[in-house]
Ligand binder design. Sequence first.
Ligand code: ADP
Length: 325
Amino acid sequence: MNSTAQEGESVALPTNAVPALRIRNLRKTYKGGVEALKGIDLEVDQGEFFGLLGPNGAGKSTTIGIITSLVNKSEGSIEVFGIDTERDLESAKRLIGVVPQEINFNQFEQPLRIVAQQAGYYGIPWAEAQERAGQCLEWMGLWDKRKVLSRALSGGMKRRLMIARALVHGPRLLILDEPTAGVDIEIRRATWELLEQINRQGTTIILTTHYLEEAESLCKRLAIIDGGCIVQNSDTRSLLRQLAIETFVLDPQDALDAAPKLDGFPTAMREDGSIEVEIKQGASLNQLFDSLKQEGIVITSMRNKANRLEELFVRLVEGGQESKL
Ligand code: ADP
């Protein structure tokens, strides 16, 4: 792409199958010297549902900020569907829809106006902008609410309004920064369903999340970022397969003074009196229960300590245990 798209023009894409996003050697040092990104490389294919995970301060928002041109990079390159953001930022921006973490629309305006205005920023004529806005609101289940004051919408509806606004210009890549942060489980699941639908219809999705369950449920591929570096980048399944150990929590019938010593199963006592046991992949649970029986310990219930991705995360990310997941 050498020519820059004018307002209202659609962007001609390179015909060969280029990745939706290609990041090379991306570095960011903020004024004051914080090195937020230390040269990351990342590729997301067209049609993918991709997750960017990491503890607080890892560099996720900086990465998203640079892709969406809110933050200036110090070094490196970004291509969106083959379009270099440095050479043709306007065309690249046209292909991206962004859902920021914080609700940032004017709460005193009506949803229809908020979404249509966004289309206007992309040079879409007002009549078409209204029509598109209506379609997006309908898709997000907000048609009935198109003329209420946005302030009156529920938390879940406000999130959906943010998504409708991000979709109105027909982006091929949707980027969401912590899309379900702080929302209750019902809204979270409803949002997941919507995002899956959007992805099924061909839009590439990249999200950042603290919720490992979210990443595990939605994302086919994940990159884990820590301290400004990508520490893992793989498909979700093979990441999970790397886990050699799972930790279970057992509740003993009678209170124990100390964690029991079980052959081949490292244990630890928890504050609430339950016991943590590490079990190697493929190890026999019967053997564990035999050892417990030998010690005269009866177990009344057992559960997985965390979801598997969380275990992996804690192992990969230095200080992960302290991070607010
Ligand atoms: P995340 O989104 O993963 O929590 P960020 O990208 O927000 O991480 O932050 C990465 C690092 O950059 C952190 O050390 C953070 O304090 C620092 N940082 C982020 N924004 C700024 C800024 N505007 N000025 C200086 N430092 C910043």
